[in-house]
Design a protein around this ligand. Structure first.
Ligand code: SAJ
Length: 415
């Protein structure tokens, strides 16, 4: 195996797998991207993309045109296999949110027949602690020929197995893929070192080695830490509303302290990472993870608080026009996954307390759940303006146009 030019199979061509596969291809590796979505595979093979991320189209086009990136529905033999499939959660009978690693298990089964001695298998998906070892177990079951020895705990394999959690921020994926530090957790030191050699071929950040369980937990902790911080800001916004204090001014002032850095309140926490990953820690240690769980509950309760706020203001009008500005889960992207803004708008439409006019400048053409309106139209007709996402377009709204309206600004930009 040549360290600098490898044959690599990437399983899962979503927000993480596709940028990673294309980046590796442009660094000279021969990459086969695999996905169960046939139309995504066809789109990529034509040099186009099926998701929205700045500059990803350019990277994929050049990777495909160079001949180094191909997409397929099925894996084949390679030097390295990277698993980048989703890890959603399901809700248990007792209402506990538990991680669902079935996509990771299925991806492992799909590559097992193609594994050879000396191969490197890397899990990039955010995963509950112990998942990398679980991959090892599945491989040992399906490929006993790759088992070199067995201890009471586990089977040792003739392949290298490591977890290297993705850490890129949607909207900045290509820059962060190259610049961010990486944590690599090997099931043993040799696995971690082998994975490091591969990441060095495209990663400019520091690469830090540890064991697989610590790497799994580090990723969960990073997102939980942010969730707890945002929950603190969201709780402050509710307290300040009660006390008649402007929370944005308060946070700006408190952050003048050299060791205080409070994040920004909002309508809730969305996206497929921060609103999900803390539950993996809660599921693993339900009695101990008290703060982490409460933070999740505080953030999850914020959309309903915003909804109640709108309802109380709407009481003043007869059939008011309510302008909802923004649907995405955060600023300047089109992603609607777990979006509190979308949840609030849906509930407002259902509550039927007035006419809802929603505006989302980044919405894709196929959005058809309800009607969308131009910003100017909403600003002209709405009695109540509910600002849900701090998109650039909304930061430029002329204050004069808002003078006669009731404002509910969940992001603090209409000051
Ligand atoms: N939010 C606030 N207030 C803030 C910051 C964020 O309300 O001060 C909200 C956003 O509006 C959004 C949600 O939190 O609804 C999450 O947005 P985000 O920008 O904090 O994070 P994500 O979900 O886009 O990406 C996170 C990142 N993790 C961390 O910053 C620790 C990213 O690096 C991870 O790779 C990604 O999760 C992931 O895939 O796990």
């Amino acid at each position: 195996m040549h360290k600098n030019r490898q044959k690599i199979v990437v399983i899962g061509l979503g927000y993480i797998g596709l940028p990673t596969a294309s980046m590796l291809a442009t660094k000279g590796h021969q990459v086969l991207g695999v996905d169960v979505n046939e139309s995504a595979v066809n789109t990529i093979n034509q040099g186009s993309i099926h998701i929205v991320e700045p500059d990803l189209d350019i990277l994929v086009r050049s990777a495909v045109h160079s001949g180094n990136l191909k997409a397929s529905l099925v894996p084949e033999e390679a030097d390295t296999f990277i698993l980048a499939v989703p890890t959603p959660f399901s809700t248990s009978d007792h209402g506990l949110k538990i991680p669902d690693i079935s996509y990771i298990e299925a991806a492992t089964r799909s590559i097992a027949p193609f594994l050879r001695e000396g191969n490197l298998v890397i899990l990039e998906s955010t995963s509950p602690v112990g998942t990398t070892e679980r991959i090892g177990q599945i491989i040992a079951e399906l490929r006993p020929d790759l088992v070199t020895s067995r201890s009471s705990q586990q089977a040792n394999l003739a392949i290298h197995l490591a977890h290297c959690p993705e850490r890129v921020l949607p909207g900045h994926i290509l820059r962060e893929l190259v610049d961010n530090d990486r944590i690599i957790g090997g099931v043993n030191r040799a696995a971690a070192e082998t994975a490091r050699d591969l990441y060095k071929t495209f990663c400019n950040g520091g690469i830090f080695l540890t064991d697989s369980k610590t790497a799994e937990m580090a990723k969960l902790v990073e997102n939980s830490s942010r969730d707890v911080s945002i929950a603190f800001a969201n709780e402050l916004s509710i307290i300040c509303d009660k006390l008649g204090i402007n929370v944005w001014e308060l946070i700006e002032l408190a952050n003048k302290h050299p060791r205080v850095n409070i994040l920004q309140p909002g309508p809730g926490v969305g996206g497929h990472c921060i609103a999900v990953d803390p539950w993996f820690i809660v599921a693993a240690a339900p009695d101990e993870a008290r703060l982490i769980r409460t933070a999740r509950e505080v953030n999850d309760a914020k959309p309903n608080w915003v909804l109640d706020k709108v309802k109380s203001k709407a009481d003043r009008f007869k059939n008011p026009v309510i302008g909802c500005l923004g649907l995405a889960f955060k600023a300047n992207i089109d992603d609607l996954r777990e979006s509190p803004a979308l949840e609030i708008t849906r509930k407002l439409i259902k509550a039927d307390i007035g006419q809802v006019m929603a505006c989302e400048p980044n919405a894709s053409d196929d959005f058809c759940e309800f009607a969308l309106f131009d910003l100017s139209d909403v600003l002209q007709k709405a009695d109540i303006i509910l600002l849900l996402v701090d998109h650039n377009e909304f930061k430029q709204i002329d204050n004069e146009l808002l003078k006669e309206k009731v404002l509910i600004d969940t992001r603090g930009i209409l000051r």
